[in-house]
Every structure is written in structure tokens, then in C-alpha cells.
Design a protein. Structure first.
Length: 359
């Protein structure tokens, strides 16, 4: 990750064997980290997007959905990779900002007392900073991706759209109804008359983005930004604090079993990093699921807002009324099942590429 180094430190590194793995990543600098995080994001998303789709479907449903039948239904309907293009497009810059901001924050915060680079407080503060900045990329991706994953957003034929506009002109259609049909598990638009016929076909990312912008403006793409922070700031803080401690324990154990002097910046073996990431993700993902369910339901209600899902407070109230506290654990297994391989792949690939470099 990008680090600021003094001229003295740079001159010392020039005397080191250029083939040394540990020093190549420092020499490559920010470009190496950017390439590493981008590749990690693409690999992770391609491998785990079907599990993300399963998680979103389960969380957005008003009733508990069994994982295996839901997964098989997605396989039959060809919906496993729905929303992948926008996820790939925005996940690379999102992860790059996330990981780079975390490393830079660790360096900068270390200048303050009680925030030493290897301290838990430093890891907590750096994780929160990284999440706030990267959320500017993650949130639009989540809004578009989640809406496509729960699907049944449909394009309307020109004739139906024309009828809808005519009805709206005479006041026959309520304001919440739009010139397209949107059906999700959490929200069903209320119409005064029989729904107009529509040509049902999966909506493209560009068309969905156009609809959101026309109806809600730019702010529509940031629906759930603050609740997303409410989900992922605690998640990132728990994750990185646990992850860094596990890596330090691994280094200490490796040092006891080796005559080498193991430093905090030394790269760990690929599978050691993967194990640390998997354990940390399982803990952080389970704890943060409670708020993530509400966030998912709020985001998929874009273009389909009703009185029932018009605010996060109403969503929480209706969830509690229908299923009690158990409603907030809905999709926890699916979420952890998706997050563990997703984060494990992205972090282990990133750490390996960062250590070995591209030149």
C-alpha cells in the first residue's frame, strides 16, 4: 500500500537486492497497490457474485427463504450473475480506494499519540476512514446491483407507457406509480387500477440508471449511503482489528519457529493471509448483518417506494412487527457464506500481489 518514505529510507532501499520480495512492493508504490487491488476486486467479484445474489434475494424477502432451493431457482432462471457488470465496474475503484485509504490512514494516524501503527486504535480509526471514502463508490454499485439482483424490474412497451402518461394526466394514477413496473419482495407499487400490461424483460444497467436519475436524481444512487456506513464502518473496524491481530499472532509464531527476525511489514504466506481474512470476516459479517438487512431492503425499494418502505424507520418497524428480532438475522448465513470467500479471495490476492509486485 502507498507509503510516504524519507530520502534516507529510499537510499537504504536502493542498496537492497532488487529481487527481494519484501522491498519490491515499496518501490512499486501506489501504482502497484492500485493494480493489486483492482485485480483482487475483479477476481473476488467473478468468483463470489452468485453468492452475493443469493444473499440479496434472501435478505429482501418478507419471509424466510431456504438457501438451497433459492439458489437452485436462480440457477434455473439464469439470475446468478444479474448485476455483475455494474459490480465489476465499480468494485475495482471501490476496493482500491478502500485498501489504499486504509494503509495511508495507518501511516498518517501513527503520528498521533496512542495511535501507533500497530495499535488496535489505529486499525479502528483507519478502517472507519477507509469505509467512509470508499462508500462513495460502493453505494451506487449496491443500489444498481441489488435492484437487478432482486429483479423483476421490467421494461414497459411504448404503448403501455403512453397509456400510463395519459392516465397520470387525468389523475387516475397515483403519484407513486411510474411508467414502468417494479416488483420486489419488499415493495409493491400501489395502483388505483389494474396494472398496465408490460413487455417483461430484464432491465439493463444503463436503463435502470436512467430511471433512477429521472425519478430521484443523483441522490437516488446514494440511497442508503449513511445506513451503509452504519453497516460497514462497524464491520470494517471489527474486521481490520481482528485481521491485524491475527496476522501479528501469525508473525510471532513464525518468528518463534524461525531464526529470521520477522517484522510487522513482512509478507505472510498466501494461505496464512487467507485464513486470517476468513476468520475475521466470519466474525465481522455476522455481527453487522442486523443493520445490513435493513440497508438491503431500503436500497431495493428504489423506484418502488410505498408507505411501508418509505423510510428506514418504517422498514425496521414492519420487520419487527412481522417477525420480531429474528427478522434481523434473516440472510445471515447467506451473507457470511458470501463474505468469507469474497473477502478471503480479495485480501489474499491483494496481499500477494502487493508483496510480489508487477515489475
Amino acid at each position: 500500500m502507498a507509503r510516504s518514505t524519507s530520502k534516507t529510507a529510499e537510499s537504504r532501499e536502493l542498496s537492497v537486492d532488487p529481487n527481494s520480495t519484501k522491498h519490491r512492493s515499496t518501490n512499486n508504490g501506489a501504482l502497484n497497490n492500485l493494480l493489486a487491488s483492482s485485480i483482487a476486486a475483479f477476481v473476488s467479484r467473478l468468483c463470489t457474485h452468485p453468492l452475493d445474489t443469493l444473499k440479496t434475494r434472501v435478505q429482501a424477502s418478507n419471509k424466510p427463504l431456504p438457501l438451497l432451493p433459492t439458489f437452485l431457482d436462480l440457477v434455473r432462471n439464469g439470475g446468478l450473475y444479474r448485476g455483475l457488470p455494474v459490480a465489476l465496474t465499480l468494485s475495482a475503484p471501490g476496493l482500491s480506494v478502500y485498501l489504499t485509504a486504509y494503509d495511508l490512514s495507518k501511516d498518517k494516524f501513527s503520528y498521533f499519540k496512542y495511535l501507533g501503527k500497530d495499535s488496535v486504535l489505529n486499525h479502528l480509526a483507519s478502517a472507519a476512514t477507509a469505509e467512509v471514502l470508499s462508500g462513495l463508490f460502493w453505494t451506487p454499485m449496491e443500489v444498481l446491483k441489488s435492484k437487478q439482483q432482486v429483479e423483476n424490474v421490467t421494461s414497459v412497451s411504448p404503448i403501455a407507457a403512453s397509456k400510463s402518461r395519459n392516465l397520470a394526466a387525468v389523475g387516475a394514477t397515483p403519484k407513486s406509480a411510474s411508467s414502468f413496473s417494479t416488483t420486489t419482495a419488499t415493495a409493491t407499487p400501489v395502483t388505483a387500477k389494474t396494472p398496465l400490461p408490460a413487455t417483461r424483460m430484464p432491465i439493463s444497467t444503463a436503463e435502470l440508471a436512467k430511471m433512477i436519475y429521472q425519478q430521484e436524481g443523483l441522490i437516488g444512487f446514494y440511497r442508503g449511503y449513511f445506513i451503509t456506513l452504519g453497516v460497514f464502518v462497524p464491520y470494517s473496524m471489527i474486521y481490520f482489528a481482528t485481521y491485524e491481530q491475527l496476522k501479528e499472532m501469525a508473525r510471532q509464531r513464525r518468528g518463534r519457529n524461525s531464526s529470521d527476525n520477522i517484522k510487522s511489514d513482512d509478507a505472510l504466506p498466501f494461505f496464512t493471509v487467507a485464513l486470517c481474512a476468513a476468520v475475521s470476516t466470519g466474525i465481522a459479517g455476522g455481527v453487522s448483518n442486523i443493520v445490513d438487512v435493513v440497508k438491503t431492503r431500503w436500497q431495493v425499494s428504489v423506484l418502488a417506494t410505498t408507505e411501508e418502505n418509505s423510510s428506514t424507520r418504517r422498514i425496521v418497524s414492519n420487520m419487527f412487527r412481522r417477525g420480531g428480532l429474528a427478522s434481523f438475522t434473516q440472510g445471515m448465513a447467506a451473507r457470511v457464506l458470501w463474505m468469507i470467500p469474497s473477502v478471503t479471495i480479495s485480501m489474499s490476492v491483494y496481499e500477494w500481489l502487493k508483496a510480489h509486485g508487477f515489475t
